[in-house]
Design a protein around this ligand. Structure first.
Ligand code: F3S
Length: 78
């Protein structure tokens, strides 16, 4: 799945939602979140984000790793 990370906070550009064919990107509070079960792993959101907040979970940096859990927990998934 793809994961939205720290640079999205208080930026919330939103263009990723326009790129997403699965409509799996949701606005919540100070950032947007990708639903890990609804994401179809297409990667179309990745290059659209102007602040490079979106990562493939297999290539996420150590620094942004906590956002994997943060995205999951936002949707109440385990
Ligand atoms: Fe956030 Fe980037 Fe989308 S700033 S709302 S992840 S385009």
């Amino acid at each position: 799945t793809y994961v939205i990370t720290e640079p999205c906070i208080d930026v919330k550009d939103g263009d990723c939602t326009l790129a997403c064919p699965a409509d799996c990107i949701y606005e919540g509070g100070r950032m947007f979140y990708i639903h890990p079960e609804e994401c179809i792993n297409c990667g179309l959101c990745l290059s659209i984000c102007p602040v490079d907040a979106i990562f493939w979970d297999g290539e996420i940096t150590q620094e942004q790793k906590p956002f994997e859990t943060i995205n999951r927990e936002y949707f109440g998934a385990a």
